[in-house]
Design a binder for this molecule. Structure first.
Ligand code: LIP
Length: 297
């Protein structure tokens, strides 16, 4: 019964959003397919998450995890998409696990994280999500994030607003850092210099704001800014699939997306900042130095 209820609620969300799309929207079919397959992949991951902790293997370091569910969900999504849109391109977490840089071209491209927050999924910590972003000419067209443990579907089509289970999302109006809640992450890399840089930066920021939070899921940190439950998020180290979908949802909810130094956001650079207002961005950027990372694409 509960599964049926979840399904119905998400279905209504999709219907409400699709009503905003007209037949003139060139990527309407892609959006509807994406919503449908994310819902069914979400039900699959939820049933797995009901059992105790998940077996995992490590990738680049002992804190960078992958489970059979990351791999299965990625394959599930990619094969459903390829069946309908054979010439579309993909950038996806597990297919990029060999460390090779991804090709991000002008072609219609799906950017997928099958489970963002894998460490949380492994431990049963309730913050993990499926993230699917769709891009054309390297510009975001739509983004879908499904928060599996909390059964919340977030989505945005460029220029049409951002929605959570059918309700319009809006960032907070916070303009003062002293009144702000900031999200960031330690991440999964363990190089001492990188960790020191992160901790030093957090120390400078926490002195000046209400607090710092880490959900262990880049996607859901960005969603908190889009919902107005956090005021800014910045991170060094996440990959393009960790924020491709969520950053569009945040933009559509009124957020300002940039590089952590305030410059133009670069999707391949593995660093970003999402703030609810320009004023907050301008108070945060002087506190954050730069750190060079290998690019994704
Ligand atoms: C993780 C992120 C997390 C970030 C890690 C990693 P994964 O993604 O969501 O917030 O700090 O560096 O990228 O590996 O769980 O998909």
């Amino acid at each position: 019964m509960l599964e049926y209820y979840c399904h119905t609620r998400l279905f209504i969300h999709t219907m409400l959003l699709s009503l905003q799309l007209t037949n003139m929207d060139p990527f309407k079919d892609e959006f509807l397919l994406a919503t449908e397959i994310v819902i069914s992949a979400g039900q699959y991951v939820r049933s797995a998450a009901k059992s105790q902790s998940q077996a995992s293997e490590s990738k680049e370091c002992y804190a960078d995890l992958v489970t059979e569910y990351d791999q299965k969900v990625e394959k599930m999504l990619m094969s459903a998409i390829s069946e309908k849109f054979a010439d579309h391109k993909f950038i996806a977490e597990e297919m990029s696990a060999d460390g090779n840089s991804a090709a991000f071209t002008d072609e219609p491209t799906w950017i997928i994280d099958p489970i963002d927050g894998t460490t949380n999924f492994v431990h049963g910590f309730p913050a993990f999500a499926i993230s699917v972003g769709f891009f054309h000419l390297q510009e975001p067209v739509f983004g879908i994030v499904y928060d599996i443990p909390n059964d919340k579907m977030y989505s945005a089509v460029k220029g049409k607003g951002a929605f959570c289970n059918g309700r319009l999302m809006k960032c907070s109006p916070t303009t003062e850092l002293q009144e702000a809640l900031i999200a960031t992450e330690y991440g999964s890399q363990r190089e001492p210099n990188f960790l020191k840089f992160k901790i030093d930066t957090m120390a400078k920021i926490v002195e000046k704001c209400h607090g710092i939070r880490s959900l262990g899921c880049a996607t859901l940190n960005i969603i908190q800014v889009a919902m107005g439950t956090a005021d800014a998020y910045y991170e060094f180290g996440p990959h393009i699939w960790d924020f491709a979908a969520a950053h569009l949802i945040a933009l559509e909810a009124g957020a300002v997306c940039s590089a952590p130094n305030g410059g133009k956001m670069d999707l391949c650079s593995r660093k970003l900042m999402v703030c609810s207002t320009k004023e907050l961005r301008d108070q945060l950027t002087p506190l954050i130095d730069d750190y060079q990372l290998a690019r994704d694409c």
